[in-house]
Design a protein around this ligand. Structure first.
Ligand code: NDP
Length: 453
């Protein structure tokens, strides 16, 4: 680590204590950017990275609501408006009990670079709440979403800040949030993405993050003249990203064998085929059940509950060629990375945001495998949100093929930008440096143009 990165990180830690995920995300980007600052001292003089690290605005607010028993419940809401140099703030909302300021700041920081990579005009933001939708009735989720939007509405807008879904926020929640925004403002605008198809949503938006991640991984494979045919794939999570990752893997002839939730994981040696995937979609999106039921129904699958005493996740300890972490941050630690490499994994496509610890990332890079970091590999979700915004502005809707085609082109261009930038800065094959530097340069140039604001 050079002196500049060292002192920058010391300052970030001192100023933002108790935010370890934010420190981790900043450290990774700063280490990549050291290569840029050697060639471009002007960015360092203008303190561009220091400015990107400091959110433009942080909103934190109370969300009071009544549960079904008529009891008062209080949650905490957040919106981090991180950077608007290249477009309105854009990024999802996460509803999960683990949500806190540091986690949302890491996500908002990553989002700035990711959105820049998409080639679309979107700044970076993120938000959410420590509300846990699990076990809540539809009416409770609605009352919570309405209360959340009753504060958030004054800070967002189609040209200001456009939130979307993330963990715990899917079509149901976006619907309730949009309804309340429209009611308060008396305006039907594209203030959220991930909307329903009959009220401004885009075809392919639900599929986009998973599909995009597999498109990106297919491009990585292509650099070694390989395809997904017959590749065994480990997938974690069983929500939006995991489901559509599996769907696209099946389209391309791969064999996905795992899925998980926060209670445990299933390993199905026979492969998760389309019929089993339909079962998962119904289980998770309609019945809102647990992944254990997959093994109750399918006898070829084995369920393993989470064992908090283990120092690794056994999901990552099966023979495979590809891994798609699609649940949450830091779900692959150093031991997991070693297990993956030992079991033959040479493609990692990060559907989740920052799912690998720094130790795991370093092992992937040292091993020279095809490692696609989240801010590049999972950018298809926000890219398609950008396409939803474009369609809303035109008051027009593209076909499924048109949106999918645009998504595919965007993922190819992100891959190309990563490869070319990594090479230009002397680290060929390093997608981490490629993504961080390519994402940074566009935002940095816009900030230089716009003066000290
Ligand atoms: P969902 O809420 O649809 O699904 C999340 C899945 O991950 C669930 O299976 C959930 O299990 C599991 N999970 C969540 N937290 C934990 C945890 N702490 N430990 C173990 N498992 C956990 O979310 P998404 O699929 O939308 O998001 C998954 C990841 O992808 C996140 O990192 C998100 O930031 C990222 N992402 C999502 C995008 C999108 O468009 N949705 C875009 C880009 C990135 P359980 O139900 O038990 O909690």
């Amino acid at each position: 680590m050079n002196d500049y990165v060292g002192s920058l990180l010391a300052e970030v830690k001192a100023k933002n204590s108790a935010e370890p995920e934010f420190h981790q995300a900043v450290r990774e980007v700063a280490e990549s950017l050291a290569l840029v600052f050697e060639r471009h001292p002007e960015y360092r003089q203008a303190k561009i990275l220091e400015r990107i690290i400091e959110p433009e605005r942080v909103l934190m607010f109370r969300i009071p609501w009544h549960d079904d028993q008529g009891r008062v419940q209080i949650n905490r809401g957040f919106r981090i408006q991180m950077n608007s140099a290249i477009g309105p703030y854009k990024g999802g909302l996460r509803f999960h009990p683990s949500v806190n300021l540091g986690i949302l700041k890491f996500l908002a920081f990553e989002q700035v670079f990711k959105n820049s990579l998409t080639t679309l005009p979107m700044g970076g933001g993120k938000g959410g709440s420590d509300f846990d939708p699990k076990g809540k009735s539809d009416n409770e989720v609605m009352r919570f979403c309405q209360s959340f939007m009753t504060e958030l509405f004054r800070h967002v807008g189609a040209d200001t800040d456009v939130p979307a879904g993330d963990i715990g926020v899917g079509g149901r929640e976006v619907g309730f949030l949009f309804g309340q925004y429209k009611r308060i403002t008396n305006a039907f605008t594209g203030v959220l993405t991930g909307k329903g198809l009959s009220w401004g949503g885009s075809l392919i938006r639900p599929e986009a993050t998973g599909y995009g991640c597999v498109y990106f991984a297919a491009e990585m494979l292509q650099t070694r003249k390989q395809t997904f045919a017959d590749k065994v794939c480990l997938v974690s999570g069983s929500g939006n990203v995991a489901q559509y990752t599996i769907e696209k893997l099946l389209d391309l002839g791969a064999k996905p064998v795992t899925l998980s939730d926060s209670s445990g994981y299933i390993y199905d040696e026979a492969g998760i085929d389309r019929e089993k995937l339909r079962f998962v979609m119904d289980l998770k999106n309609v019945r809102r059940g647990r992944i254990k039921e997959f093994a109750d129904k399918h006898k070829t699958a084995v369920y393993t509950p989470v064992d908090s005493k283990l120092d690794h996740n056994p999901l990552w300890n099966h023979k495979a060629q590809c891994a798609f972490p699609s649940a949450t941050q830091n779900e692959i630690n150093g031991k997991d990375a070693a297990n993956l490499l030992r079991n033959g994994v040479f493609v990692v496509g990060e559907g989740a945001n920052m799912p690998s610890t720094s130790e795991a990332v370093n092992q992937f890079i040292d091993a020279g495998i095809l490692y696609g970091p989240g801010k590049a590999a999972n950018a298809g979700g926000v890219a398609t949100s950008g396409l939803e915004m474009a369609q809303n502005s035109m008051r027009f809707a593209w076909t499924r093929e048109e949106v999918d085609n645009r998504l595919h082109i965007i993922m190819k261009s992100i891959h190309k930008a990563c490869v070319e930038t990594a090479e230009r800065f002397g680290t060929p094959g390093n997608y981490v440096n490629g993504a961080n530097i390519a994402g940074f340069l566009k935002v940095a140039d816009a900030m230089m143009d716009q003066g000290l604001v």
